[in-house]
Design a protein around this ligand. Structure first.
Ligand SMILES: O=C(O)Cc1cc(O)ccc1O
Ligand SMILES: [Fe+2]
Length: 457
């Protein structure tokens, strides 16, 4: 048997569960790298993936995130060395209902998705809810059965997942905390997340979420399609925007725990639970390029205009989930961070526009320049496919009278889940969430200025 020592470059995590929130996380930098990490020295076989016997009596198992025959460069798979094979982490399934977690197609006949929509932050409910039970779907798009489209959710959680574990066979999950930290224990290791950081959990990855602050709220973009990747940078070149080294993948960490546990599975929009007598987070070591990761939005090196005009917001793309049609994303994850605005003779906030893509926005903190009022931290807006929108009256007045001096846009971090597909409102979004009935009035004061005479008014 191999007695391989862990390479010095790979952090070695003590998987002892010494606190309520488990192991101390450690991370490996890089985007889409072929990582290898072991919580016990020598757990990864040397020179082969699947030897006759694995060290420590572990089982070898492959997790495939792309078809076996995907072209080189888009192959995604990892090898896990685990206490039990995953097949022992499922039993007989019982169908359960998570009534607020919806999946496309989900078109509600008496709900109109066409309109200008904005919501106040969804308040915390009184009942105890885990991260999974607290998922509230706002919009869905596409069709999960054809692995096309997305769903946007708000999560509201105030209970730890202790012996409850979850995975989604439907989707990759992009998590955007807005309030409260998350301690996410995954099969591949532990991710600690706080507002202004995001993480991506691959399809099929088992995890549970604990809440170091007792409660948490944030947003989730469920991606039914091809995985998120970094956008092409074109003439920007090899640097700036989201740099690959700022993405962090956890080092291996495992639970060796024999307690009655439940594994919840999302599959084709339905939820199933299975009871087992141990923890499924039992991966002692793994290697490969199919893995969860986190990213700190404060490390985004924004690029913008240094002459005039307002560039398209695609310059702020952190991650893109492509479709087969080049440049036409299933989802773009775009942020609006603090930045300098130096453009001369320019209307600096977003221009008035209609967009073929549909735009769901959330405010993480501060004030968004196109909507100085009403778009609160924790709030959400939706401007659907080809629905006109743009700065409100106050933002227009300021933008058309401000000096051209360079100014720093401070106290701001909003984001956008932008998809090529029209987004359908859920019943929750239309009837239960705190919809602002008067949102459309924010453009009321944009009166006619035209007087037919040439020259600037
Ligand atoms: O509508 C929005 O506020 C998002 C947005 C921002 C921007 O700078 C340009 C276009 C756009 O849709
Ligand atoms: Fe827009």
């Amino acid at each position: 048997m191999n007695k391989q020592q862990p390479p010095a470059a790979f952090a070695h995590t003590d998987s002892a569960h010494d606190s309520r929130y488990g192991v101390t996380p450690g991370y490996m930098p890089g985007f889409g790298n072929d990582f290898e990490t072991e919580a016990l020295p020598g757990a990864i076989p040397v020179g082969r993936n699947s030897p006759q016997r694995v060290n420590y009596g572990l089982y070898a198992e492959q997790l495939s995130g792309s078809p076996f025959t995907a072209p080189h460069g888009s192959l995604e798979r990892s090898w896990m060395y685990r206490i039990r094979p995953s097949v022992k982490h499922v039993g007989r399934f019982r169908k359960i209902d998570l009534p607020h977690w919806k999946t496309a197609p989900n078109v509600i006949p008496d709900v109109t998705s066409l309109g200008q929509y904005r919501w106040d932050p969804v308040p915390f409910p009184k009942e105890r809810l885990t991260f999974i039970e607290g998922m509230r779907t706002m919009t869905t798009a596409g069709d999960v059965h054809t692995q096309v489209g997305m769903a946007s959710h708000v999560y509201l959680a105030n209970a730890d997942m202790v012996d409850d574990y979850f995975y989604s066979a439907d989707s990759e999950l992009l998590i955007v905390p807005q309030h409260g930290r998350l301690a996410i224990s995954t099969e591949f290791g532990r991710i600690d997340l706080e507002p202004l950081e995001i993480c991506v959990l691959p399809r099929g990855m088992v995890f549970k979420v604990a809440l170091p602050d007792g409660e948490a709220r944030g947003f989730v973009c469920e991606n039914y399609g091809a995985k998120y990747t970094l956008p092409n940078r074109g003439p920007i070149g090899a640097n700036c925007l989201a740099n690959p080294r700022d993405f962090k993948t956890p080092v291996a960490a495992f639970e060796d725990k024999e307690t009655p546990s439940r594994v919840w599975i999302k599959w084709c929009g339905q939820f199933h639970v299975t009871e087992i007598d141990h923890s499924p987070l039992d991966v002692v070591a793994w290697h490969g390029n199919y893995a969860p990761y986190k990213y700190d939005l404060r490390t985004y090196a924004a690029v913008g205009s240094i002459t005039f005009d307002h560039p398209d917001p695609s310059i702020f793309t952190v991650l893109t989930a492509p479709t087969a049609e080049e440049g036409t994303a299933n989802i773009d994850f775009v942020i609006f961070p603090e930045r300098w605005l130096p453009q001369e003779d320019t209307f600096r906030p977003p221009w008035y526009h209609k967009n073929i893509m549909s735009e769901l926005m959330g405010n993480i903190y501060g004030q968004y320049d196109a909507k100085p009022q009403g778009f609160a931290p924790g709030g959400i807006s939706l401007h659907n496919c080809m629905l006109p929108h743009g700065p409100d009256r106050n933002a227009f007045d300021k933008a058309t009278t401000d000096s051209w001096e360079p100014m720093k846009l401070k106290n701001t971090m909003s984001f956008m889940f932008e998809t090529r597909f029209p987004q359908q409102l859920t019943e929750f979004a239309a009837k239960e969430a705190p919809l602002q009935d008067d949102y459309i009035d924010c453009w009321d004061g944009l009166e006619k200025k035209f007087d037919g005479t040439p020259g600037l008014k």
